[in-house]
Design a protein around this ligand. Structure first.
Ligand code: SAM
Length: 277
């Protein structure tokens, strides 16, 4: 398979056998099905949350439980915002109700439709774009004041192209808010994890395509989960720096209902700025 230069530099999954389009195709079906099953990450916000956002009272999440501090945001009124791999009817409608001009790019038509359901219900304008988070060629350089990227880069095998594209489409001074998974989540046997046990099984970086055991693969296929990938922190944080960003803030978030969440905060939120010069 021909590899792109960015994928060669990425530490993750050098021997990935599935073409990028094939992974996106499989995950499109998986996320469309998650909408049909009313998965937590596909449930649109209620009317009350939109009403509150119109009054300036809002908070949204990059990670499972902890809201992003309001001081992390640039001014939003009338400003162009990209929700990157952020369909599902949660963040985009709130940001639109808060006054931003919102575009959502997502790989799942049904996730994008969740945003449009809220947009129609609340008379909000949200632009939906079906696409891959690694290829933002639908957008011109320097188009956005904010790129809001909730935990979703675990669904692509290479994360550095995402950072480079986010940098390109942000205007100088623009802000990238990103959520991602600490790769320690991918060390453990996924079948035992579901039973509440932590058994170290995998090395990092991790790929569902090349590294899953037959039992893990069968479990994932039976539950309809998307293909996911555990990226190194060097690719997550170092990748943002290498793309040209300046990191200005971060926090960790714990998801207590998960097996690992009993022991540590395994989700990370970061704030990065495209420098003006
Ligand atoms: C956990 S959901 C995140 C969105 C959600 N609104 C939230 O609150 O976090 C992950 C999203 O990533 C999207 N996704 C997966 N692979 C993608 C890709 N290659 N390009 C763009 N979006 C992708 C899925 O369709 C899904 O909507």
């Amino acid at each position: 398979m021909q590899r792109e230069p960015d994928e060669q530099r990425d530490h993750a999954h050098a021997s990935e056998p599935l073409a990028r389009d094939e992974i996106a195709r499989v995950n499109r079906g998986a996320w469309d099905a998650m909408v049909a099953r009313a998965n937590r990450w596909t449930l649109p916000v209620e009317h009350a949350a939109i009403e509150a956002a119109r009054r300036g009272e809002w908070n949204i999440d990059l990670t499972p439980t902890k809201p992003v501090p309001r001081e992390w945001y640039p001014p939003l009124a009338g400003e162009p915002v990209l929700c990157l791999a952020g369909g599902g009817g949660q963040q985009a409608p709130i940001l639109a109700a808060a006054g931003a001009r919102v575009t959502v790019l997502d790989n799942s038509p049904r996730q994008l439709e969740q945003d449009q359901v809220v947009a129609r219900r609340e008379r909000l304008a949200i632009t939906s774009v079906l696409g891959d988070m690694r290829d933002l060629s639908a957008f011109a350089d320097r188009s956005f004041a904010l790129v809001f990227h909730p935990c979703s880069n675990a669904f692509v095998p290479h994360v550095r192209p995402v950072w480079r594209e986010a940098f390109r489409v942000l205007r100088p001074g623009g802000v990238l808010l990103a959520g991602f998974t600490n790769p320690v989540e991918y060390l453990f046997d996924a079948v035992a994890y579901e039973r509440g046990e932590l058994i170290v099984r995998h090395s990092l970086p991790y790929s569902d395509v090349t590294d899953a055991t037959p039992e893990e693969r069968a479990q994932r296929e039976a539950s309809g989960e998307p293909l996911s990938f555990g990226h190194t922190l060097e690719d997550q944080l170092g990748g943002q720096l290498d793309a040209g960003f300046v990191l200005t803030a971060m926090f960790e978030d714990r998801w207590p209902e998960t097996t690992l969440g009993r022991y540590m905060a395994s989700y990370i939120a970061s704030r990065a700025v495209r420098p003006v010069n």
